[in-house]
Design a protein around this ligand. Structure first.
Ligand code: SAM
Length: 221
């Protein structure tokens, strides 16, 4: 790994927001899922969540622009489990939902730990998910069509979250705990080596600038 690459990975990790995420409920079109992950990467989401209709690992599309490598995706077996998981970790879950009770998305405080729940392309957020969420948010629409594409809605709201967090200084200091930071740095730098070490149950070596830049021959990945 070149020193430039090492610094680039660190610069991105320094801005990751472990307490901002998305939960995609049955967003089944690969290009939408990929576009949402791309926006998630752009605003610094560390890990995204999904409940997949097939129960399998979602597939990615070129729209991802490689972002699936940089934003971890956790697939949950059910919406109950997914929302429970987030709430246990202190997230407020806001459903992007075209409902009567929905608040204008700009009125929500995204500085606190927030998960944005996005609904399926055709049916939107399920009734069960909306019941479990802490509230609904809406992007006001004054045109002829009722809703935005799900990935566009995600982008509008996530960039409002980024705006608020920038103003609050949440991008000024690294926010990941040191152990997560080091582990992620290694996985990003050497994904295949990291997978091999995980398979063998072996710990990752710590990456430091000195050890990286001193390496005479760059590794294959
Ligand atoms: N007929 C569906 C409904 O009534 O919810 C439309 C689904 S929309 C194409 C897919 C998802 O994008 C929604 O579930 C929601 O999460 C998000 N979305 C789209 N437009 C939105 C808006 N104006 N405000 C909030 N969320 C929106």
């Amino acid at each position: 790994m070149t020193p430039e690459r090492y610094h680039r990975l660190r610069a991105v990790l320094n801005k990751r927001q472990p307490d901002l995420t998305v939960l995609m409920e049955n967003v089944h079109k690969p290009h939408n899922l990929s576009a949402i992950l791309r926006t998630a990467d752009a605003v610094g989401v560390y890990q995204a969540h999904a409940v997949n209709p097939t129960g399998g690992v979602p597939t990615f599309h070129d729209t991802a622009g490689g972002s699936e490598k940089w934003v971890y995706l956790r697939v949950h077996p059910s919406i109950e489990e997914a929302i429970g998981h987030l709430k246990e970790r202190g997230f407020a879950v806001y459903a992007a939902n075209l409902s009567e009770r929905a608040l204008d998305y700009r009125r929500v405080d995204y500085v606190r730990p927030t998960a944005l729940l996005l609904g399926a392309e055709k049916w939107g957020v399920s009734r069960r998910a909306a019941e479990l969420a802490d509230g609904d948010v809406i992007i006001p629409m004054v045109g002829m069509v009722q809703s935005l594409n799900v990935s566009v809605a995600a982008a509008v709201i996530l960039f409002e979250a980024q705006r608020q967090r920038l103003a609050a200084g949440l991008y000024d200091q690294p926010r990941l705990d040191p152990e997560t930071y080091q582990r992620t740095l290694f996985e990003w730098a050497y994904p295949r080596r990291a997978a091999l070490l995980r398979e063998k149950g072996m710990p990752y070596p710590e990456l430091g600038e000195a050890s990286e830049t001193a390496a005479k021959k760059p590794p294959a990945e």
